[in-house]
Design a protein around this ligand. Structure first.
Ligand code: NLE
Ligand code: FE2
Length: 328
């Protein structure tokens, strides 16, 4: 721990996995992505479509060469891609007005007013990064594929969200098991414009810094059941705030209205951290939160008791970096 006291950043601690304390520290994990599971590959509508695969690897190539401080590579989306986006955008419109939480709707309409969210144009990540940074100080980094749970969660601690840039296969716009630009932009980015939600997300990240592999898994489940598939209660109704629900016009109806096909339980990080979930079909179980402040307090109560580390982590807003705290 003495090292930790002295070193300004990116500490090495015996027995503790490396973790970032600033956005700049993320240079260390640049370009590291994982392969998708085989199960998913075979299931993928684009698996056998050579054109589609070529297009994806072209976009991935640009993102692989991205380094901190660069402008995010611009993607010139082709007509078929823009039309997939438009289908989702327009089909989603009445559904989000009915089922999305108010934080999402406020952020979304502000983005529409600003002219960066529209049906006939896929926004560039750099535009969204500038916009988001002005609001909550978060940054977007492009990735060519899945980031490991540890790296992904760690980045949340320093207000960085990893985002894909390719788009789902045009044959199945209503649902994809993978993140894609529609999921990121029609789900995650508007939510991250909300300070309460952003703080909640960051809290998961802070708990993940230097955590054991087991604890990373538990936190990844908490992340899944909130940031990805969370629901909340507003004015006596169940609303969606999870990006996976908000970006899938198949799943949003199932989640909110599918009374027989799914179960709703109160947001409880202890339970969520122990619950497995499917990744290639609609969720059978959703956690419902009361609001993001209460959800964050529950999370902190859970992590401070359950995540075993010899130190604590808090974000210092003035210095824009993680501070280490320890008892005694
Ligand atoms: N199922 C979501 C969608 O179709 O947009 C993506 C989920 C990514 C975890
Ligand atoms: Fe996501």
């Amino acid at each position: 721990l003495e090292n930790l006291r002295k070193s300004p950043s990116a500490v090495e601690l015996t027995g503790v996995p490396w973790f970032p304390r600033t956005q700049k520290d993320l240079e260390r994990i640049e370009g590291q992505t994982m392969q998708f599971g085989e199960e998913l590959e075979a299931d993928h509508p684009g698996f056998l479509d050579k054109e589609y695969r070529k297009r994806r690897s072209l976009i991935a190539q640009a993102d692989k060469s991205y380094r901190l401080g660069m402008k995010i590579p611009k993607v010139n989306y082709v007509q078929s891609e823009t039309s997939t986006w438009k289908t989702i955008y327009e089909t989603m419109e009445p559904l989000r007005n009915k089922h999305a939480c108010r934080e999402f709707l406020n952020a979304f309409s502000a983005m529409e007013t600003a002219g960066i969210m529209k049906a006939d144009h896929i926004p560039q990540l750099q535009t969204l990064d500038d916009y988001l940074n002005d609001r909550t100080g978060w940054r977007i980094r492009p990735v060519s594929g899945l980031v490991s749970p540890r790296n992904f969660l760690n980045a949340l601690a320093v207000k960085v969200f990893h985002s894909t840039q390719y788009i789902r296969h045009h044959d199945q716009p209503l649902y994809t098991p993978e993140p894609d630009i529609c999921h990121e932009v029609l789900g995650h980015i508007p939510m991250l414009c909300d300070p309460g939600f952003a703080a909640f997300s960051q809290e998961i990240g802070l708990a993940s810094l230097g955590a054991s592999d087991d604890d990373i898994e538990r936190l990844a489940r908490c992340y899944w059941f909130t940031v990805e598939f969370g629901l909340c209660r507003q004015d006596g109704q169940v609303k969606a705030y999870g990006a996976g629900v908000l970006s899938s016009y198949g799943e949003i109806e199932h989640a909110i209205m599918g009374s027989e096909a799914r179960t709703l339980v109160d947001w409880d990080p202890m339970v969520a951290s122990q619950t497995d979930y499917p990744i290639t079909k609609y969720q059978p179980l959703y956690f419902v939160a009361n609001n993001f402040t209460a959800a964050r307090h529950k999370l902190v109560a859970f992590t401070s008791k359950e995540i075993k580390r010899p130190f604590g982590t808090v974000f210092n807003d003035e210095r824009n970096e993680v501070s280490i705290t320890w008892q005694g």
